[in-house]
Design a protein around this ligand. Structure first.
Ligand code: GAL
Length: 666
């Protein structure tokens, strides 16, 4: 059965209401709910006194309607008794100030005290629910890492020293790799090494990057303690966590996902924070492809938007059809479970305006009907969809070390690694070409095109991996600021792009970091592109080809006429080097050119705002057409299909999709 559900907080509502909630859920074909992830003060009202009675009763009510349960460990928000007894469990922000009680995600992940309480509640829950047949899985904590910037307390600093000792073995090695001699920072003892607090100003880049790795490991480790307990005491149930797609960048999600059975994803398209922005469906698509890429396996959506988002501000209301459209977009990108956040809008608390399936008053309305419609559809089609795979011939490499190193040194005030990746991703997305977002050390031979956007921190094994990929016949696109740093965040000694120079067949002779009001023109001369001109921005590498051919030259500045983009043949493959970091038309054009070179066909040509994507099972393809426009759009089909959302009616030729309409075609 395809998991279709809601996040439910029975503790927010009178118990007499629960049966009605369960009935309404059942009538919408909801078959799974997530419970308890913020219920610590109800599960352990006082230190060491556990109360599962209410939760047992809630689970029973749901089970009475065939609804299964995922339980969250409630450690993302601590109860007041814990906070007042142990004020040292709060995180210290980079400005050196300790957080205080009142919100959530405010604990220090290395705190021994907090970890003790975290293990205890996890253990109590695992023991109590191990044999409950209605509980099918666990979610650890909630959105680990969050956007808090992490903890910088003294306990973390001490732990950092131990972490460094393990990584470097000796202070001599650390001093050498960090170049600690610069500004006389040579350390004689591990305890002299500081946390990169704001009061210390711009830190040594080596120290700063290691701190980010350490801080990520701290959360991975925190989660692992819960996982160990759950695996031991409740081995029959799956374990997941709700991650934040491409948006959150504080943790290395590859590491966080590694011990999970599958990745969970929280996806919000219209949020209070994005009220001024137009919806950009490519961002949700990128989020899904990133989540699917973590384990190279289908994921679930643990929180799918169910209404206007809002804490202090209320977001634009999802238009009729959008909630369903977004949920199908999730499925189209590999989700094997959809859980809407949340069932009923809370009357209290910070998230009073984060709208659920039901409004505050609890009566079914437009959003309920829409989700109910989808529930009935999934009930019919779920088995066909579940376990089918997204097949991508294009991979984009996502590298957290690089992302963090750019947070430490932005290189150019207009540059953002995330925006750069998004721009490149859109180039393929707009042409309906599926993409996998993967780890740079992953086996790449299955992809026809690999893009390594600004691969700034380049470990030797990743360079080897890329070289092997190209030698074996792959097509690789790399962009400016690749191969600049070694793993200690020191600049490499050889000409750029460093370890990639041999396969790129090019050397960066010099570079120019551009002000936001300046761009540089590119004049193309490679076959298939000759005569075209486009603009590039943010960064200009001035290239000297060694073995590469020139694809485009700059048209302005003192380096007018010098190569900006080159193509090199290496082994059985080729490397396109783009010596710039921005140009939305540019990267769309380069994507199109590469697709032709690598003989990749788009799934279908569609008008603007209509997305086509596909999943495969047993050699058969399900084609998803998603109209993200507020107006109808016409798509020309390549042959006859059956529209599974219209009882298999045959469609062919020009078909019209209503605003926000979805088609699943077979
Ligand atoms: C998510 C989070 C939920 C809820 C929601 C709305 O990111 O996991 O617990 O806070 O946002 O703000």
């Amino acid at each position: 059965m395809f998991p279709f559900g809601v996040d439910y907080y029975p503790e927010h509502w009178p118990e007499e209401r629960w049966p009605r909630d369960a009935r309404l859920m059942h009538e919408a074909r909801i078959n799974v709910v997530r419970l308890a992830e913020f219920a610590w003060s109800r599960l352990e009202p006082e230190e060491g006194r556990f109360d599962f009675d209410w939760l047992d009763r809630a689970i029973d009510v749901l089970a009475g309607h065939g609804i299964r349960v995922i339980l969250g460990t409630p450690t993302a928000s601590m109860p007041p008794w814990l906070a007042s007894k142990h004020p040292d469990v709060f995180m210290t922000l980079q400005d050196g100030k300790r957080r205080t009680y009142g919100n959530r995600r405010n604990y220090c992940p290395t705190s021994e005290t907090y970890r003790l309480y975290s293990r205890r509640i996890t253990q109590a829950m695992a023991e109590h629910y191990a044999d409950n047949p209605h509980v099918i899985g666990w979610q650890t904590d909630n959105e680990l890492g969050g956007q808090t910037g992490g903890c910088y307390c003294e306990a973390c600093r001490e732990d950092f020293g131990r972490w460094l000792q393990e990584r470097y073995g000796s202070l001599d090695k650390l001093n050498e790799q960090w170049g600690a001699v610069f500004w006389s920072h040579v350390y004689n003892t591990w305890s002299e090494i500081p946390a990169p607090l704001e009061s210390g100003s711009s830190p040594n880049p080596g120290l700063a990057l290691d701190w980010k790795r350490f801080a990520s490991d701290a959360y991975v480790d925190f989660q692992q303690e819960q996982i160990d307990i759950l695996r031991e005491l409740s081995p029959q149930k799956f374990i997941t966590h709700n991650l934040m797609g491409f948006r959150f960048d504080q943790l290395n999600y590859f590491d966080l996902a590694e011990p999970l059975d599958f990745v969970g994803y929280d996806i919000y398209v219209r949020m209070q924070w994005t009220i001024e922005n137009e919806v950009d469906p490519s961002l949700a698509a990128l989020g899904h492809d990133t989540m699917r890429g973590l384990k190279r396996q289908n994921h679930w959506v643990i929180e799918q938007q169910s209404g206007s988002g809002g804490w202090e501000i209320v977001s634009v209301a999802p238009r009729p059809g959008e909630l369903r459209l977004w949920a199908y977009q999730s499925i189209a990108h590999g989700a094997d479970g959809i859980i809407f956040f949340r069932w009923r809008t809370a009357r209290w608390g910070t998230e009073q305006y984060w709208h659920g399936v039901l409004d505050h008053h609890g009566e079914p309305g437009r959003r309920y009907s829409e989700i109910q419609q989808m529930g009935h559809e999934i009930h019919v089609l779920g088995d066909l969809i579940q376990g089918s795979e997204v097949r991508a011939e294009v991979a984009i490499l996502h590298h957290y070390d690089t992302r963090w190193a750019f947070q430490i040194q932005q290189n150019n005030p207009s540059f953002s690694y995330a925006e750069h990746v998004k721009q490149i991703y859109r180039g393929f997305y707009r042409q309906n070409v599926p993409v996998d977002v993967v780890h740079p050390a992953t086996e790449l031979s299955g992809f026809k095109i690999v893009v390594a956007p600004a691969l700034y921190v380049l470990p030797g094994e990743v360079a080897d991996n890329l070289q092997q990929y190209v030698q074996g016949g792959g097509t690789l696109l790399i962009t400016a600021r690749s191969g600049v740093k070694d793993e200690a965040n020191a600049v490499v000694e050889q000409p750029l792009p460093g370890l990639l120079a041999p396969i790129a067949g090019v050397a960066v002779e010099e570079y120019d970091s551009l002000p936001s009001w300046k761009s540089n023109g590119l004049a193309f001369e490679a076959p298939g592109l000759e005569g075209e001109t486009l603009e590039s921005a943010i960064w200009a590498d001035v290239l000297t080809p060694t073995t590469a051919e020139v694809v485009a030259r700059y048209t302005r500045e003192y380096y007018a006429g010098r190569p900006a983009i080159t193509l090199n043949h290496a082994g059985a493959g080729r490397v396109l080097y783009a010596g710039t970091l921005a140009g939305s038309e540019l990267f769309t054009r380069l994507a199109r050119w590469l697709l032709e070179l690598a003989s990749i066909e788009p799934l279908l040509e569609t008008p603007h705002g209509v997305e086509a994507t596909a999943r495969w099972k047993n050699g058969r393809r399900l084609l998803f057409l998603l109209n993200h426009n507020e107006s109808s759009a016409t798509v020309t089909l390549d042959h006859d299909y059956r529209n599974l959302l219209r009882e298999g009616a045959v469609v062919s030729g020009n078909v019209s999709l209503a605003p926000y309409e979805v088609m699943i075609l077979q």
